[in-house]
Design a protein around this ligand. Structure first.
Ligand SMILES: Nc1ncnc2c1ncn2[C@@H]1O[C@H](COP(=O)(O)OP(=O)(O)OP(=O)(O)O)[C@@H](O)[C@H]1O
Length: 369
């Protein structure tokens, strides 16, 4: 457990704003990121969430100064730290950032304290001051008693906490995380992400947190930026993102419910490969044409087939400790996983009731994830 119980005695620990303007990156002429605009407020934590290859790490590395942008600029506080137009590129060590990587990147030949001390040595901080700040940083991650140990004698979670202490010891304004918990098991991740969030907030740091795990992103971030197709497709607080995804792709990436491509006309949805016609009570305000029907999981309930908007058969019911998750193959051609209280027989006919005022229709123009 981390212990954000005391702040190191320094006035410097306060977050700075981070912004990107028209930021792009190409590798070998192939655009990976195209024109990203992003504004992060001082002390705000933003998670970059997206599937593998969506450019999360590339964006983070441009904020860090480990990569030069092909287009656009990055600012930290009032300083432009990278500008493709002018060729300006401030190196990472002059950006007031701390970084935590997936693989911890600790030096095995140094003690825990030696690892945490290293950035201060590079900055020429004197011995006494350095020792005090290393102690403070290790106390903050609850590893004060491990200062003289070798990193190789620590667990993965402890090693990542050493990396976290090393990232904050220089009293940065911004802390950058690149999938820091990916090598840890689920239970430890769930705990550590909460602890990291508490520590980053208690220090007032601005944070950028790369992950492909939406649970982790939701736990740590004030806002989550969903990345796809070379940019940010939606950025919003986690609760808002779940309640109001702006495209079928975001809803699908976040696994928010049933997303069924179809065609809407006169308030009725038809589906490819199915004779089903689904009448929608509100008609989605007269929209017509191809698109995606989005039915959030919370708007769907398993009922008797006779009483239902949708019908289907049970693929399987799986016990999940607090109840069952039942996969249903709908007659309109799509599968959906829904919670229920009892094990349902494989192949049993079921109905699915829809709370229509929570249903959405996304016309087929949205960006692809
Ligand atoms: N130095 C490089 N040279 C060439 N291509 C690169 C380089 N770095 C990244 N890429 C490519 O850019 C794309 C985006 O990579 P990036 O690491 O930013 O994605 P990501 O969203 O962080 O993915 P992951 O979750 O797998 O780490 C990928 O297709 C990757 O192969």
């Amino acid at each position: 457990m981390l212990a954000p119980r005391q702040r190191p005695e320094s006035p410097a620990l306060a977050g700075a704003s981070v912004s990107a303007r028209g930021l792009g990156k190409s590798f070998g002429g192939k655009p990976i990121l195209t024109s990203v605009d992003l504004d992060i407020a001082p002390g705000e934590v933003v998670a970059l969430l997206g599937s593998s290859g969506s450019g999360k790490t590339t964006l983070l590395r441009m904020i860090a100064g480990l990569l030069a942008p092909s287009h656009g600029s990055v600012s930290i506080g009032d300083d432009v730290v990278a500008d493709a137009g002018t060729g300006k590129l401030v190196p990472p060590e002059r950006r007031s950032i701390g970084m935590v990587f997936q693989d911890y990147a600790l030096w095995p030949h140094m003690t825990v304290a030696g690892n945490v001390s290293f950035p201060l040595e590079m900055k020429g901080v004197n011995g006494e001051e350095r020792a005090r700040r290393v102690r403070d940083a290790l106390d903050l991650v609850d590893l004060g008693a491990f200062a003289d140990r070798s990193p190789s004698t620590l667990s993965g979670g402890q090693q990542q906490r050493v990396a976290l202490a090393r990232a904050i010891v220089s009293q940065p304004s911004v802390i950058l995380f690149d999938e820091p918990l990916s090598n840890l098991d689920r239970e430890l991740r769930d705990q550590l992400v909460v602890d990291i969030a508490a520590l980053v907030r208690s220090l007032g740091l601005t944070g950028v947190y790369v992950t492909h795990d939406h649970g982790e992103a939701f736990a740590i971030a004030d806002r989550v930026a969903v990345m796809a197709g070379g940019g940010i497709v939606q950025i919003a607080p986690p609760e808002h993102l779940v309640a109001r995804p702006e495209s079928a792709e975001v809803a699908s990436f976040l696994k928010l419910g049933l997303i069924a491509p179809g065609h809407l006309a006169d308030g009725k949805v038809t589906f490819q490969d199915s004779a089903d016609v689904l009448a929608t009570p509100g008609g989605f305000n007269g929209h017509a044409g191809p698109g995606d029907l989005f039915l959030p999981r919370g708007a769907l309930r398993i009922v008797a087939p006779e009483a239902a908007s949708l019908t289907g058969t049970v693929v399987r019911s799986t016990f999940r400790g607090e109840g069952y998750t039942t996969r249903i193959q709908l007659s309109c051609g799509f599968d959906v996983d829904l919670p229920n209280d009892e094990r349902l027989r494989d192949n049993a006919p079921v109905g699915v009731d829809v709370v229509w005022d929570r249903a959405r229709w996304f016309p087929a123009t949205a960006t692809s994830v």
